[in-house]
Design a protein around this ligand. Structure first.
Ligand code: GRF
Length: 203
């Protein structure tokens, strides 16, 4: 499945996806990586893996719609069949989502619907929850609100800071995201409205 990834930052989830492909665990082909930020770790990691990259700097466009139109054209040119958001820090507009005919996935560092949006780990620490985690979900027109494919819990420890919790969650993210994508491309993700059922994991 020809896959594009959008990432804005360090790119550790992107790296996990690249490595899962390289080790033969994930049957997708990452054909293009895009970013709204130049010079990011995500772009560097992609170039090192020999993947085509493209920057869509928001300041180069008169408005957000023009930037998204360029992303749509770029996906069409690369015959993309799956879009993965991996730390892409811009919310895609409802118009964009409506124009994409293939699945768009995102990973979020909390157990949604708790703590959507920015600084999910800080929100969890400040709220005082005892358990947080991460969620891989289909992207819909809302903010971190699409149907949930996989979630995994991570304990929040009394001494946790935003950074320590983020690090513990990140280790799980790197396993959960490739696994969710694998299930999807193997046709094991079935949607019933906003509920997702995972068909038998092996075989
Ligand atoms: C991750 O915590 C992810 O859940 C969130 O943004 C962060 C991206 O980190 N959406 P990285 O760029 O993949 O290292």
């Amino acid at each position: 499945m020809r896959t594009a990834i959008l990432a804005s930052g360090r790119g550790s989830n992107l790296q996990a996806l690249i490595e899962a492909c390289q080790s033969g665990c994930l049957p997708i082909k990452i054909v293009a990586v895009g970013s709204d930020q130049p010079g990011t770790g995500a772009l560097k990691r992609s170039e090192e893996a020999g993947i085509l990259t493209r920057v869509f700097p928001i300041k180069n466009y008169p408005h957000r719609q023009a930037q998204e139109e360029d992303i749509l054209i770029w996906m069409r040119e690369n015959r993309v069949e799956l879009l993965l958001l991996a730390g892409y820090m811009r919310v895609l507009s409802p118009q964009f989502i409506r124009q994409v005919s293939f699945p768009v996935l995102n990973i979020h560092p909390s157990l949604l619907p708790a703590f959507p949006g920015l600084h999910a780990q800080l929100q969890a620490v400040e709220y005082g929850v005892k358990v947080s985690g991460c969620t891989v979900h289909l992207v819909d027109e809302g903010l971190d609100s699409g149907p949930i494919i996989l979630q995994e819990a991570v304990p929040v420890l009394p001494e946790d800071t935003e950074e320590s919790l983020a690090q513990r969650i990140l280790e799980v993210e790197h396993r959960l995201y490739p696994e969710a994508v694998r299930l999807l491309v193997l046709g094991k993700v079935q949607r019933f409205g906003r509920r997702v059922q995972i068909l038998q994991q092996e075989g």
